[in-house]
Design a protein around this ligand. Structure first.
Ligand code: GDG
Length: 482
């Protein structure tokens, strides 16, 4: 599908990570859901990406970004943030207010006016860069919760641009959203976008309900994945577009000889026991402690599984300086050692805990070697790990245990075993059911999951969002709640 206009992607962080050797900074391809999702797309179609480099305001990375842009096939433009902005806008408003609130943790929020003021100021700063680097015909595609005010700021600067916004995290129900002290301003700002995209039908429904509580004159028109909202003066589109992965790339990589060897090494190291895999960024939304409790409950309730099953839990370090995240790490490590202390036997350790980021090849080796994906976030916008596991399940008989509070659950209803991650005994039972599942049923379920992920892949996601942005009517896609 070809789109005649230039695409300007804007996200809080550029899709790179920085490392310093002596006095020299190096730019490398970054990690994380958004980057995993968009990098292959921009690489294929070309375009511009604007975002914060993650470095201090005094670090000039223009030369490195230019070289990296040449290598990657699209241009990267850095936005500089001061230390105070990073503190109040990023750690403060984005990560201490929006992140917990939108993931249903209102009591974890630290509502502070200074944080909101910084959020507005930084959104304005981004808007200046966007207006400076783009033209009226360009389409500006803004990503995620750090930049919900960007379209409004672009307009205030006099920039007429077509804008779309995609929220990668959930949108909370009205009971939670209405706790936000700046709730009206937030919705007003979102209404400045021409298209707002959510991960799921449920997120969009939550948004529209909040709108109807706070703004009585706005109404919904139409049905299907993309509907219109209008107050008679202004009309915008609101849709749901479940994000995905590059299925073919993961599936091809999983089939290489290297991956087969890696998976074989992992499987034989675990003496071909049933391998259950969890892989998450360190975050309280991912439900890692609850998952460990469920694994402990499994070993307690079904002793026949002891020595036959191991959990490999990969935790990718994230937001390590934040005290709550350090506490989460200690809680996880405490639970891992408790379980291992309680149940280990000669030649068998129940939980293998890796606190580091693996290379993608290594991760794929683990995906391929594992029989069960254990994906139990307390709340998650989508969850790409569940989809990557399916793409890498070469044997076709893997089982996915998935939280009903992950966005992916809407698409995985018929293939995965859906669980309530707070129900420790229920999750343990699901794990037991996965272990006992007849091979034919495992294959049937995995086949369904693969078909979904293959069909609704990252390219479908981009085409759907841009198709909606440019007025193409979308087919209704299945497996969403109604
Ligand atoms: C946000 C939303 C939404 C994991 N371990 C390693 C590693 N990973 C990669 C996975 C996957 C990515 O990290 C994690 O993606 P998720 O979707 O699970 O989660 P978030 O980072 O929280 O992403 C989420 C997503 O945005 C997209 O919209 O689905 O709900 O929270 O791609 O492969 N990568 C490497 N080593 C690891 O050890 N290299």
């Amino acid at each position: 599908m070809s789109h005649p206009v230039r695409l300007i992607v804007v996200s809080n962080r550029l899709p790179v990570s920085l490392c310093k050797e002596g006095e020299c900074w190096h730019v490398e391809t970054g990690k994380g859901g958004l980057i995993t999702a968009l990098a292959p797309v921009l690489r294929n179609r070309g375009g511009d990406w604007i975002g914060w480099t993650g470095a201090g305001a005094d670090v000039d990375l223009r030369a490195q970004l230019k070289a990296y842009s040449r290598q990657e096939g699209y241009s990267l433009h850095g936005v500089n943030l001061t230390e105070e902005e990073v503190h109040d806008f990023y750690h403060g408003f984005s990560n201490e207010i929006i992140w917990p609130l939108f993931h249903d943790f209102p009591s974890a929020c630290n509502f502070q006016q200074a944080y909101f003021d910084a959020y507005l100021a930084v959104n304005r700063k981004f808007a200046q860069v966007v207006v400076g680097r783009s033209e009226e015909d360009d389409y500006v595609w803004v990503h995620d919760y750090h930049l919900m005010h960007l379209a409004q700021k672009i307009r205030k600067l006099g920039g007429e641009r077509k804008t779309g916004f995609f929220l990668h995290i959930p949108f909370p129900s009205q009971d939670i959203f209405l706790k936000l002290p700046w709730r009206r301003q937030m919705l007003e700002a979102l209404l400045e976008y021409d298209l707002i995209g959510f991960q799921t039908f449920r997120d969009r429904r939550n948004f529209i309900r909040c709108m109807s509580v706070l703004f009585k004159d706005w109404r919904q028109y139409g049905r299907g994945p993309v509907v219109h909202l209008s107050n008679g003066i202004r009309t915008i589109k609101v849709g749901y577009f479940p994000i995905s992965i590059d299925f073919r790339e993961f599936s091809t990589l999983a089939r290489t000889r290297e991956s087969a060897e890696l998976a074989e090494r992992v499987a034989s190291a675990f003496r071909r026991r049933t391998l259950v895999l969890g892989a998450d960024r360190l975050d309280y939304t991912k439900g890692i402690p609850q998952r460990l409790l469920a694994f402990r409950a499994l070993l307690k309730k079904y002793p026949q599984l002891r020595t036959k099953i191991s959990l490999v839990q990969i935790v990718v370090p994230s937001r390590e300086r934040v005290p709550e995240y350090q506490a989460m790490k200690h809680r996880i490590e405490g639970l891992v050692s408790e379980i291992n202390g309680e149940y280990s036997e000669p030649g068998w350790v129940p939980v293998y805990y890796l606190y580091r980021s693996l290379s993608r090849d290594e991760l794929i080796g683990y995906y391929r070697a594992a029989s069960i994906a254990f994906v139990t976030p307390l709340r998650d916008g989508m969850n790409l790990v569940a989809k990557e596991f399916c793409a890498c399940n070469v044997d076709g008989n893997g089982v996915v245990i998935l939280s009903e509070f992950a966005g992916a659950a809407a698409q995985f209803q018929r293939g995965a075993l859906l669980v309530n991650p707070y129900d420790v005994e229920g999750v343990a039972d699901a794990l037991y059911a996965a272990c006992q599942m007849p091979p034919a049923e495992r294959r049937r379920r995995m086949q369904k999951l693969k078909t979904t992920v293959r069909k609704y892949d990252i390219y479908w996601w981009v085409d759907s969002f841009l198709g909606a942005a440019f007025g193409k009517k979308l087919e209704d896609f299945p497996a969403q709640e109604s």
